[in-house]
Design a protein around this ligand. Sequence first.
Ligand SMILES: *[C@@H]1O[C@H](CO)[C@@H](O)[C@H](O)[C@H]1NC(C)=O
Ligand SMILES: *[C@@H]1O[C@H](CO)[C@@H](O)[C@H](O)[C@H]1NC(C)=O
Ligand SMILES: *[C@@H]1O[C@H](CO)[C@@H](O)[C@H](O)[C@H]1NC(C)=O
Ligand SMILES: *[C@@H]1O[C@H](CO)[C@@H](O)[C@H](O)[C@H]1NC(C)=O
Ligand SMILES: *[C@@H]1O[C@H](CO)[C@@H](O)[C@H](O)[C@H]1NC(C)=O
Ligand SMILES: *[C@@H]1O[C@H](CO)[C@@H](O)[C@H](O)[C@H]1NC(C)=O
Ligand SMILES: *[C@@H]1O[C@H](CO)[C@@H](O)[C@H](O)[C@H]1NC(C)=O
Ligand SMILES: *[C@@H]1O[C@H](CO)[C@@H](O)[C@H](O)[C@H]1NC(C)=O
Length: 378
Amino acid sequence: MFASLLLLLAASAYASPIVYPRDVNDTDPFVFTNYNGLNFTQMNITLPNVTIFATGGTIAGTSGSSTATTGYTAGAVGILTLLDAVPQILNISNVAGVQISNVGSEDVTSTLLLKMAKEINEFVCEDPAMAGAVVTHGTDVLEETAFFLDATVNCGKPVIIVGAMRPSTAISADGPFNLLEAVTVASSPLAKDRGAMVVMNDRIVSAYYVTKTNANTMDTFKAVEMGNLGELISDTPYFFYPPVKPTGKKAYSVANVTSIPRVDILFAYEDMHNDTLYNAVASGAKGIVIAGAGAGGVSSSFNSAMEDVINDYGIPIVQSTRAMSGEVPVSDVSSDSALHIASGYLNPMKSRILLGILLANGKNMTQISEAFAGSADD
Ligand SMILES: *[C@@H]1O[C@H](CO)[C@@H](O)[C@H](O)[C@H]1NC(C)=O
Ligand SMILES: *[C@@H]1O[C@H](CO)[C@@H](O)[C@H](O)[C@H]1NC(C)=O
Ligand SMILES: *[C@@H]1O[C@H](CO)[C@@H](O)[C@H](O)[C@H]1NC(C)=O
Ligand SMILES: *[C@@H]1O[C@H](CO)[C@@H](O)[C@H](O)[C@H]1NC(C)=O
Ligand SMILES: *[C@@H]1O[C@H](CO)[C@@H](O)[C@H](O)[C@H]1NC(C)=O
Ligand SMILES: *[C@@H]1O[C@H](CO)[C@@H](O)[C@H](O)[C@H]1NC(C)=O
Ligand SMILES: *[C@@H]1O[C@H](CO)[C@@H](O)[C@H](O)[C@H]1NC(C)=O
Ligand SMILES: *[C@@H]1O[C@H](CO)[C@@H](O)[C@H](O)[C@H]1NC(C)=O
């Protein structure tokens, strides 16, 4: 009776930590559940706090140790296993862990992206105790997730997307060090107001511009034309410039968005068939992105088909480029229709994400075309 009263008082007085005693050593971190239900590991209360969102597998599938898993329920285990794999993290920050999904990177969907953006806004942006967020992600579609989070989480706190190119079993696996660097940047005051960033292989790159340039090597994530924002030396971040927003970047809210409309990407090539376009429309695409040749180029016959689709169905078509870098200028997309849009510096994958966000937010065609032109004001 007395004990239950005390429990009740504890629960209502403040976000009462549920302590998971780890072992007898005083040097072990204090593990508790914070007021958002996040399991938090705190070694040193003066350090910044970071939330790690894991999209696939367990939060640290790399741990060789099984000692951390005994006596703990699943949610608490993830973060402790992670810290066993990279204990140096606790000298940098206190961390909370969220297993956002359990899928491989190729299976990340827009439904998952919405969940991620909402949870980062809620658990990190709205919690004054949190310095930043880290998202662990497979590398194949990492740039799409990074671009989405850059557009939809805009509270000034750093959102760092990180992955690994080498398998955890490889000699010199890059995962653990990349994760340590990601947490370091997420907890750095220097990283504020720079949007989302990809941190891998000692480089800090803007999520707005980053692309995977190589299918295999560790130095794959680059903003080819724009360069890096900074780098890490001995796990210390060094930024080349003060915080600045990429030209044309806009912030969007997905607070009330429940789904992202389908947007298809069509790859341009010699002999490209009109059918690919009509099939996309017939299959329910609400927007289309063309990975055009050079500065968005398609054959004159395909160009006529695009005009037909725009006029007949009112579907926006964005012309991007299949080249790894460079721009599709407005002047290269000749059309009378506001629905026929040049992607500017956004590659096909980023154009698809942006068009999906704009359609989901009910933006009209003028606003959509202005968003790509980098001149819209909301
Ligand atoms: C706790 O400390 C003792 C003495 O330093 C050490 O032998 C033991 O391995 C520690 N336990 C863990 C889980 O680190
Ligand atoms: C806690 O972190 C601060 C830096 O924020 C450091 O000065 C201090 O030595 C740390 N305390 C312990 C016990 O590690
Ligand atoms: C925190 O841990 C508890 C108990 O293990 C678990 O039920 C809960 O799902 C975890 N929370 C998160 C956000 O992982
Ligand atoms: C954390 O920092 C302390 C003090 O610099 C050092 O003794 C300790 O080895 C560090 N721990 C890890 C896991 O790097
Ligand atoms: C980190 O979070 C704890 C609560 O878990 C809070 O007491 C502390 O002030 C936070 N640290 C910072 C630097 O905000
Ligand atoms: C979301 O919906 C709520 C309730 O209708 C509204 O107050 C809020 O302004 C909306 N937010 C956005 C970004 O549209
Ligand atoms: C593609 O569509 C356009 C516009 O309808 C048409 O002029 C052209 O002949 C078509 N090309 C092919 C190869 O069917
Ligand atoms: C698009 O929306 C903007 C902002 O609400 C509005 O000013 C403009 O008139 C609209 N344009 C069209 C074509 O509906």
